[in-house]
Design a protein around this ligand. Structure first.
Ligand code: NAD
Length: 525
């Protein structure tokens, strides 16, 4: 791909229009956004200052209550229109995502479809998750107890570059449906995807000021954002997540942290190896391995290890690397120098410790400045960096194990716990093994897509992989505060005059005993 093809994705006027939508209260320095495909400048966005964050939160807050006052089904229908807008503008969005993030078109396409699925899911099921519900009361018939769900106010979203469309928009949609405003801080590398997507939200009917975008450096913009919003959704590295979580704690706001992983797949001897190889090649090298739920470790039963490895290496070698705005190449570029440096450092360290590089292990400047070959390692020692730290690149190790117990033990030998995968002909066995893997999600006979597309089910990490969940009921209720309203039908529950406290206490004890007995006898609530 040449520089002019990349530049044509974002004509100067489009870039200026999008950058003009960034919230700022004065002239700001510019930050240049470059395409990883060619290292060409795509455009510039303002390097926002803390004052811009304050203005963004104020504007969002001012727009929030009118939005929250709109009936829930109206807000839901705006989400349906968001899905329509994403579909009708898909090609343009895919171009921008590819140009900014350097990914293959198929990887960009998954992002667009994810937004559509998420918008449709929350438009359909969100109102039910938010509905006021009767709760069991301490004193049935006497107290009527109802739980209501109110928007928190302004939700801040700090997002990474690897899935710039999905993570910016799909995590925001439930917040909007719940009646909140949002302030989005996209990653430095991928602001134009976020800005164009937010423009599409407005075209779909999201009120003008309800969603604000601030661009710039993480510390300068991200930290004041945490300090001024009512809830924070953070997706990024575990290291930054710790800083952001402690800031959120300081400001006493709730937050979800979607962080890194060192995901493991387990291949049992009865697995269909063709499916396992196909699934795990995709699961390891999708988005050039820059995917939080991709696999960096594969443990294969020794009985099928040799055959699996031969087929896995051959399938890896058949992947086409390339920079093209079409569905040709399978694997795209790494996003930036720092990413390439990490990948090279992990592979160099593994080599020094005696690892065999079965395939890959080289950068590919002939394809583009930041391309790296899909790489398969064997004999990776447990003390190698690539065995324990997240590489976040196209590098996976394959290791033989004696049995399922060893596979589970090795899969769990990490502080991360984001995603896992089990391959076996016996789905029941796969499911019970999945329950032994310490991760927020596990796919059986699949890499991750079926799990991710199960938008009704919560998704997130345990341990160093994070706190909180996206998707499903948890993924929208986190953007709300609960309010419990308990109405007494008879007398207020205070000692009744003129009874002495001793008599009232005895009466209360008798009532509690009677209630316990009744509950034993029936499912009486
Ligand atoms: P990162 O932590 O460097 O940056 C993420 C975001 O945080 C960026 O917008 C950045 O500007 C901002 N930031 C940086 N310092 C900050 C600070 N002090 N205060 C507030 N914000 C700050 O992560 P990255 O390199 O952009 O993304 C890659 C990481 O994200 C990987 O570890 C990957 O596993 C993880 N990730 C996790 C998920 C998930 O769902 N669990 C999804 C995608 C990516």
């Amino acid at each position: 791909m040449n520089a002019s093809t990349v530049s044509a994705v974002l004509p100067a006027r489009t870039g200026e229009r999008l950058a003009g939508a960034v919230t700022r209260v004065g002239d700001r320095e510019s930050m240049t956004v470059r395409s990883p495909f060619t290292d060409t400048a795509l455009g510039t966005v303002p390097a926002c200052r803390p004052a811009d964050v304050t203005a963004a939160v104020e504007r969002a807050r001012a727009a929030q209550s009118a939005w929250a006052d709109r009936p829930l089904d109206e807000r839901a229908s705006v989400l349906e229109s968001v899905a329509d807008e994403m579909l009708s503008n898909r090609e343009e969005l895919l171009d921008i995502v590819q140009a900014e993030a350097g990914k293959s078109r198929l990887d960009a396409h998954v992002e667009a479809l994810d937004v559509v699925l998420t918008a449709d899911y929350y438009a359909r099921e969100g109102p039910d998750h938010l509905r006021s519900t009767r709760r069991g009361s301490g004193f049935p018939l006497v107290t009527k107890t109802v739980e209501h769900r109110d928007p928190v106010g302004v939700v801040g979203l700090i997002e990474p570059w690897n899935y710039p469309l999905t993570l910016a928009i799909s995590d925001m949609l439930p917040a909007l449906l719940a009646g909140n405003a949002a302030v989005l801080k996209p990653a430095e590398a991928t602001p134009f995807t976020a800005l164009r997507a937010v423009e599409l939200l407005t075209e779909a009917g999201v009120p003008e000021d309800l969603v604000q975008v601030v661009t710039g450096d993480g510390e300068t913009v991200g930290e004041p954002l945490v300090a001024s919003v009512d809830y924070l959704t953070f997706t990024g590295s575990t290291e930054t997540g710790r800083t952001v979580a402690s800031l959120a704690g300081e400001h006493l706001i709730d937050a979800s942290m979607e962080l890194g992983g060192k995901n493991a797949a387990v291949v049992l001897p009865d697995a269909d190896l063709s499916k396992a190889v196909r699934g795990l090649v995709h699961g390891s090298f999708a988005n050039a391995g820059q995917l939080c739920i991709s696999f960096e470790r594969i443990f294969v039963h020794e009985g099928v290890y040799d055959e699996f490895l031969d087929r896995f290496v051959a399938a890896t070698e058949s992947l086409e690397l390339g920079a093209a705005l079409d569905f040709g190449p399978d694997v795209g570029s790494l996003v930036a120098d720092h990413q390439l440096e990490t990948v090279e450092a992990h592979v160099a360290d593994a080599r020094e410790r005696g690892t065999t590089v079965e395939t890959g292990g080289q950068r590919r400047e002939d394809v583009g400045p930041l391309f790296y070959e899909p790489t398969v390692l064997t004999d990776l020692p447990e003390d190698a960096t690539a065995a324990s730290e997240e590489t976040f690149g196209p590098v996976v190790s394959v290791t033989p194990v004696a049995d399922a117990d060893e596979a589970v033990a090795r899969a769990n030998a990490t502080d991360y716990g984001l995603h896992g995968s089990v391959w076996t002909a016996d789905a029941d066995r796969g499911e019970s093994l999945a329950r032994r893997i310490d991760a927020g999600s596990v796919s059986v006979n699949d890499a991750y897509l079926g799990m991710w597309a199960s938008t009704d089910a919560p998704m997130g990490g345990v341990g160093d992989s994070g706190i909180g969940r996206r998707h499903g009921r948890e993924g929208i209720r986190k953007y709300t505060e609960s309010q419990t309203v308990a109405t007494q039908r008879l007398h207020p529950l205070v000692p009744a005059n003129p009874l002495p406290n001793r008599v009232a206490a005895r009466g209360a004890s008798l009532s509690v005993r009677a209630l316990r007995r009744l509950r034993e006898l029936s499912s009486f609530r």
